[in-house]
Design a protein around this ligand. Structure first.
Ligand code: TNX
Length: 526
């Protein structure tokens, strides 16, 4: 008998084929008032999927023998863990904490299926907890600006896959997207455009707070990134005195040849796709006054523990200057009460602040010493949780999913199929890093080619689900669910749920996408 489909694969799932729990419009959700947010999350999930509006009751008002969905927080297991028991008589979702309950509710939402004349939840017993504490997605709002509504939609989609961090890439050569009171010229002068001459935009501080609150209600922590010292051409529009002249390498000339656009000129908006040509002035104290303002304000606006300082692709910067800068800015971030995060290049910096977390963006089988750089973060300071893995040839969601789509790039070993996004294990990427030194996994989505939520959906789904499984589920080999065949069947079964939620996923080949003929057309309340 096939097990019910859950993505990411739970730590343990058992089903004995006994009778399902029938869902009807009168079915009550029984939950204490303190966990009303979980009740509402479940109500809206079920209503979106089935059209049924479930009742809600407090435990004291509920007859013990009535068929019900019971939500509760137990407080006695691993962080973010939950148990889910479904029988013909009841559904019990028991979270260790509020996040665990939220994840149990997401799992329950995936289990809802059409039944003759209505809807049901198959009998099942799930005991589940995450493999990694940090499970992230990154959205680049700099190459193309994405507004609050789009970011919220991405939070909905990814928190449902049990991701718990949203990294926002807020600044890059093409635009500065967060309004700062200390440096208002940044958004006044450097936010109007996006890649390809598309319109720009920026988030006000209220917008940013709205995103943080919305994410928090879905158990996601926002990780803001101010990318430094490269990827800073936009700064030259507002503070030309802080910017070096662009370094016009062969790479830049190739990008202009292959993708069009102009060469970068300081003080003029850059809307091409080249990387690595810009830098702040590294030996000028005015740069550090600027960064004290910028990072100080971002740190104050952000309740989460991390502050991402970038550090990638500073191609025109000497190793000596790069080391000096990263050392100094990582310590500045720490002095603001945040754990610095930086892309893996920063692992070479001799004076790196010891609490800095590294983000590896090399390949699943690293080349060119990318792994050695990543090991730099685990060599200093505490040995706990120092690396986030974002292998580009597996979980860069902006890589093309097929050669013919206009969406996506190909630099990370060509087309990234869903299977390639799936078949890797975090423990096997960077040699010499113990499991405890892995903080987790993050799937970035750069937006050079992604203009709209529809573009984001088409690139991210289903591959974000593969990344979720690397981040949440037991290691490959530690669970019989952790095979490509099992994943393909389970993710394919999510198609009707995703469709009900308006997720414009790409129905990639090799996955048996479920089709429900007139799902729910025959349901009891109709
Ligand atoms: C590399 S990976 C970048 C980004 C680009 C991306 C496009 C990394 C840290 N930097 O600047 O947007 O490739 O895939």
């Amino acid at each position: 008998m096939a097990l019910p489909s859950v993505v990411p694969a739970p730590a343990s799932i058992e089903a004995d084929g006994s009778a399902p729990f029938a869902l009807a419009s009168g079915t009550p959700i029984v939950a204490a008032a303190e966990i009303a947010d979980a009740t509402e999350a479940l109500q809206s999930l079920i209503e979106t999927r089935t059209g049924l509006r479930l009742d809600t009751r407090e435990p004291a008002d509920s007859a013990a023998d009535a068929r019900a969905i019971v939500l509760e927080i137990a407080g006695d297991g691993a962080a973010e863990s939950y148990r889910l028991d479904v029988t013909e008589a009841s559904v019990i979702v028991n979270g260790t904490d509020a996040a665990g309950l939220f994840y149990g509710v997401q799992t329950l939402g995936q289990l809802v299926e059409p039944a003759p004349g209505g809807w049901q939840i198959p009998a099942v017993r799930i005991v589940d907890a995450p493999r990694f504490a940090y499970r992230g997605v990154m959205l680049d709002v700099a190459r193309h600006f994405h507004d609050v509504a789009t970011v919220k939609a991405y939070i909905d989609r990814t928190s449902a896959l049990k991701f718990n961090h949203l990294h926002l890439h807020l600044t890059d050569d093409q635009g500065w997207r967060l309004q700062l009171d200390s440096r208002p010229l940044l958004t006044e002068k450097a936010s109007a455009t996006s890649v390809g001459g598309d319109p720009g935009g920026f988030s006000t501080q209220d917008d940013y707070r709205e995103i943080i609150d919305y994410a928090g209600a879905r158990h996601m922590t926002v990780v803001p990134e101010i990318d430094l010292p490269g990827h800073t051409h936009a700064v030259s529009l507002a503070y030309p005195e802080l910017s070096e002249e662009p370094v016009l390498s062969d790479h830049i000339r190739e990008i202009v040849r292959d993708y069009g656009g102009e060469l970068p000129v300081n003080g003029v908006p850059y809307d091409g796709m080249a990387v690595g040509f810009s830098s702040l002035k590294i030996r000028d104290e005015a740069t550090y006054e600027f960064l004290a303002d910028v990072l100080g304000e971002v740190a104050r606006l952000t309740p989460g523990p991390y502050l991402h300082i970038g550090g990638d692709e500073a191609l025109g910067t000497s190793a000596e200057d790069y080391d000096y800068f990263i050392g100094r800015v990582s310590r500045l971030a720490a002095s603001l009460g945040k754990a610095p995060v930086a892309w893996h290049e920063a692992g070479t910096a001799t004076d790196l602040e010891p609490t800095t977390v590294g983000q590896f963006w090399g390949y699943v089988e690293p080349i060119d010493g990318m792994d050695a750089k990543a090991r730099g973060f685990t060599a200093v300071g505490s040995d706990q949780g120092k690396l986030i893995l974002s292998p580009a040839d597996a979980i860069y969601l902006d890589m093309k999913f097929d050669a013919d789509s206009p969406l996506g790039l190909t630099w990370a070993r060509g087309v990234t199929t869903a299977r390639r996004a799936y078949e890797w294990d975090p423990a096997e990427v960077v040699d010499g890093v113990a499991d405890e030194q892995l903080l987790g996994v993050e799937a970035p989505l750069w937006t050079e080619t992604a203009r709209t939520l529809a573009d984001i959906d088409a690139l991210a789904f289903p591959r974000a689900a593969a990344a979720a499984e690397a981040a949440w589920s037991p290691a490959a080999g530690a669970s019989e669910l952790r095979t490509w065949e099992s994943f393909a069947a389970r993710v394919g079964a999510l198609a009707p749920l995703w469709t009900s939620q308006g997720i414009g996923f790409t129905p990639l080949d090799g996955i048996p996408w479920a089709v429900e003929v007139a799902a729910g057309a025959d349901r009891g309340d109709a």
